[in-house]
Design a protein around this ligand. Structure first.
Ligand SMILES: [Zn+2]
Ligand SMILES: [Zn+2]
Length: 809
């Protein structure tokens, strides 16, 4: 018998792989450990799922290396990974990869080796009098290999001109052998420069004087890069001084600086009001019970949910347990982690995708080594390797950003609930506008419902006014992106020296470009979607695939020169505000204006500090931020989302309007909100204006029940895609036939239909929507569907299954 182990590899395959465990590694081989294994000419990083025994003589490859003396993933996290893989039908290897830290210590490369046959060929090629082009190319590759002792790395062959065809040829004839290698990467080092105290100060050249001033008089020892910048000298100057013995140069590993994020944030008061105390008492009792307990904290905007989270974390730590706080966006991570650090000191780690791989790995391992007790982060922080978890908070649980839109397609909130269950922890979902699913579960008694009905310090909710854009047009005979009412309101705030936020939930300058001649919009080459006009870049861009083109002078279809631009996006609203209020200080916050997290922090910081009067932006401006100076919030065209072909369109509109309205009047002055709409009678807009969540919930729930949508059914989508239309149709037909052959009374299958985005990134897309009254039945039929795809030889990449989909485009 030989010792073996089962390894999950990060591949879109639904199988695991068996490897032989060499004797030397036997002791350390435990589930959850990361291993390096050979796989098809490559070295890959996988996770051990379990161990076993195989018959002697089985042709198994050896595990090359075990990376972790203590397994990276605890057995509970491996169990969680198995649950995700089963529930979302995601390949186990890809699922576990999403849970691992970035493997910054390893570098994967391929090595090429010359074989015996290769050496013989080399002799043969050398003897040729007039080799042809292919023979010359082969010769060049083999000569490089020979000159370097028979083995070279991938990078060296890639540098050779026209080598790829030659390498493929040589490989086919077994004259070359390829193998994968995982090399430990050395930590990146930086040079640290210090002035030698004993060094004789004179005589100085001017450039040397500058170095002396910075190092000896001002800043002390510095990283070389910073020194060059601060002293404004060239590298040669520093080298010369080092040679003369005036400078001491040492090396140290590069530790990335932490990103500081400062707004006008006042640490919230530690005092709780009566409502908050009531809520906290319930949470404390659950924490003390040390058992799984799910609860929904429904609190209106400004009711002090964050303060409840912090008290709950405090109570958890007091019991010797640990806590995770999940937030929907990176910007909020920074904000909440600052508060947490102020409150809990160095025991806080931050995990989100905005960090560099190194920063993320460093934070991850701090958590794994049990150096921290609190983790703050976006959805993947739900996998933080904390031990002894007592509390998982999911802030703004309704946010769609908790859903991962690539494999594994998990929902951070739902995984948080499952993790809390495995850990025996309290799961606290918080929101001012809970998702219908969560609120319904709370009403059914599956979660406990906690309520905060009033704002802290009894501040009034902002008064909301709906500006009817049809009426505005009748009055002004102009379609401006800012209505007269909103313009006058902003002017009043400006005159009083107060701040305003204007939300416009569309990027770019114009929504799309239309031809008056033939009526066609200018479409993306790869997607069935109209391109958005970006004025500053003078380009039309696709927000789905990144395609962009110059703005055409004439219609690409009919050559008419009568092209016009439709709809105002954030860029245009900003420009419009600048013409209306030339004296105001205006900044824009969206993915085009702010491309880096630093810039993002700067804009919010400046707004918080009061040096910006009007902040314009997409939904980025709507979330969570606590600015006390904002008294007016305007929503330019609140309808943008209502017309989306998605059963959650009304819910999303209601949520966004409520969230953004919640930004106003958080300080001592009361707030006002103006919502512009062409459909002011729509219930989502009406009820957001009256900030009446419960009525909205009842109305929307009624619609969901009638139409058989969640929370009344479990939903899954099966998307079929292909670069060739005929293929995509053919596969859809095969899957359709499969669903028809299944007799499952509790499942309804809609489709195949062209997806709302019928073409995306060059691929044609058809989809099925499955509705099931029983979740187990849904899981079963999806598994069968995948088996059928394998049987019919439909490629893995052509099928995309999304359980509990959030995005139906
Ligand atoms: Zn045209
Ligand atoms: Zn596109």
């Amino acid at each position: 018998m030989v010792r073996t182990c089962e390894v999950a590899l990060p591949l879109p395959l639904r199988t695991t792989f068996t490897y032989r465990v060499p004797g030397a590694l036997d002791e350390q081989m435990v589930a959850g450990a990361r291993v390096v294994v050979p796989f098809r000419n490559r070295a890959m990083l996988g996770v051990v799922l379990g161990r076993g025994d195989g018959p002697d003589g089985a042709s198994l490859k050896n595990v090359a290396e075990i990376l972790d003396p203590v397994p990276a993933l605890s057995s509970r996290l491996v169990e969680l990974g198995r649950w995700i893989s089963n529930y979302y039908l995601s390949p186990i290897g890809e699922t576990l990869r999403a849970m691992l830290p970035p493997s910054v210590e390893l570098q994967f490369d391929r090595e090429w080796q010359i074989s015996e046959a290769g050496r013989a060929r080399l002799q043969e090629l050398r003897s040729l009098a007039a080799p042809n082009e292919a023979e010359s190319a082969d010769l060049a590759v083999l000569q490089v290999l020979e000159a370097r002792g028979g083995v070279v790395s991938d990078g060296i062959l890639r540098k050779l001109r026209d080598s790829s065809a030659a390498v493929a040829r040589l490989l086919r004839r077994n004259e070359l052998v390829v193998r994968g290698a995982g090399r430990h990467r050395t930590a990146r080092m930086q040079k640290i420069v210090a002035w030698k105290v004993q060094a004789v100060p004179a005589p100085f050249r001017p450039a040397e004087q500058k170095v002396h001033r910075v190092l000896a008089e001002n800043a002390g020892p510095l990283a070389l890069v910073s020194l060059l910048k601060m002293a404004d000298v060239s590298r040669a100057v520093v080298q010369r001084l080092a040679k003369q013995g005036k400078l001491l140069v040492t090396e140290e590993p590069l530790a990335p600086e932490e990103v500081r994020f400062a707004t006008d944030l006042l640490p919230p008061s530690n005092l709780l009001n009566a409502e908050q105390v009531h809520v906290m008492n319930a949470i404390k009792a659950w924490l003390q019970a040390r058992a799984f307990h799910p609860a929904l904290l429904y609190g209106v905007t400004g009711s002090g949910k964050t303060e409840v989270y912090l008290h709950a974390v405090e109570a958890t730590l007091a019991l010797g347990r640990t806590a995770i706080i999940l937030v929907p966006e990176i910007a909020l991570t920074m904000w909440i982690s600052e508060i947490c650090r102020a409150r809990f000191g160095g025991t806080v780690a931050v995990l989100h995708s905005g960090l560099s791989e190194r920063e993320r790995a460093r934070e991850w391992w701090r958590v794994r080594r049990q150096e921290v007790q609190v983790v703050v982060g976006t959805r993947s922080a739900v996998f933080a390797p904390l031990e002894g978890i007592g509390l998982i908070v999911v802030d703004e649980e309704q946010e769609s950003s908790y859903k991962q839109e690539e494999a594994p397609r998990y929902h951070g909130r739902d995984v948080a609930l499952m993790r809390a269950k495995l850990e025996g922890a309290v799961a606290l979902l918080g929101s001012a506008t809970p998702s219908l699913e969560s609120y319904q579960r709370a009403r059914e008694g599956k979660y406990d419902l906690l309520c905060l009905r009033s704002r802290v310090e009894n501040r009034p909710m902002a008064a909301v006014q709906i500006a009817d854009l049809r009426e505005d047009f009748r009055r002004t005979h102009k379609t401006a992106p800012i209505s007269q009412d909103l313009r006058e309101a902003i002017a009043r705030e400006l005159a009083a020296g107060r701040q305003s936020i204007v939300l416009i939930n569309r990027r770019g300058y114009s929504w799309f470009v239309l031809c008056r001649g033939c009526g066609a919009a200018v479409l993306c080459e790869n997607c069935s979607i109209a391109l958005t006009y970006h004025k500053k870049r003078e380009r039309l861009a696709c927000h789905y695939c990144g395609f962009s083109r110059r703005v055409p002078r004439a219609c690409p279809k009919c050559n008419s020169e009568h092209i016009y631009f439709v709809g105002a996006g954030a860029e245009q609203v900003e420009e419009h505000l600048r013409t209306l209020f030339p004296q105001a200080r205006i900044a824009r916050l969206d993915r085009d204006a702010v491309r880096h997290k630093r810039a993002f922090g700067q804009v919010l910081g400046a707004f918080g500090a009061g040096s910006i009067d009007i902040l314009v932006g997409t939904q980025m401006v709507a979330k969570g931020h606590d600015f006390h100076g904002v008294t007016l919030v305007g929503v330019a065209s609140a309808d943008a989302q209502l017309s989306f072909p998605d059963f959650r369109a009304a819910e999303r509109t209601f949520q966004l309007l409520t969230q953004v309205a919640g930004r106003a009047g958080r300080g001592t002055l009361p707030g006002k909100v103006i919502v512009e709409s062409y459909h002011p009678e729509h219930y989502a807009i009406q009820m957001a204006a009256s900030q009446d969540y419960v009525s909205f919930f009842e109305k929307e729930l009624h619609f969901r029940r009638l139409m058989h949508y969640p929370p009344f059914v479990a939903l899954a989508s099966v998307l079929v895609r292909g670069a060739k239309l005929e293929k995509a149709i053919h596969w859809s037909r095969q899957i359709e036939a499969f669903f028809e052959s299944q007799k499952m009374p509790e499942i309804k299958v809609l489709g195949p239909a062209a997806a709302p985005l019928a073409r995306l990134k060059g691929q044609y897309r058809f989809h099925f929507l499955l509705k099931s009254t029983r979740r187990a039945a849904l899981n079963q039929i999806l598994n069968k569907c995948l088996a059928c795809c394998v049987e019919k030889e439909i490629p893995d990449r052509a099928i995309l299954i999304d359980v509990d989909p959030v995005n139906l485009l």
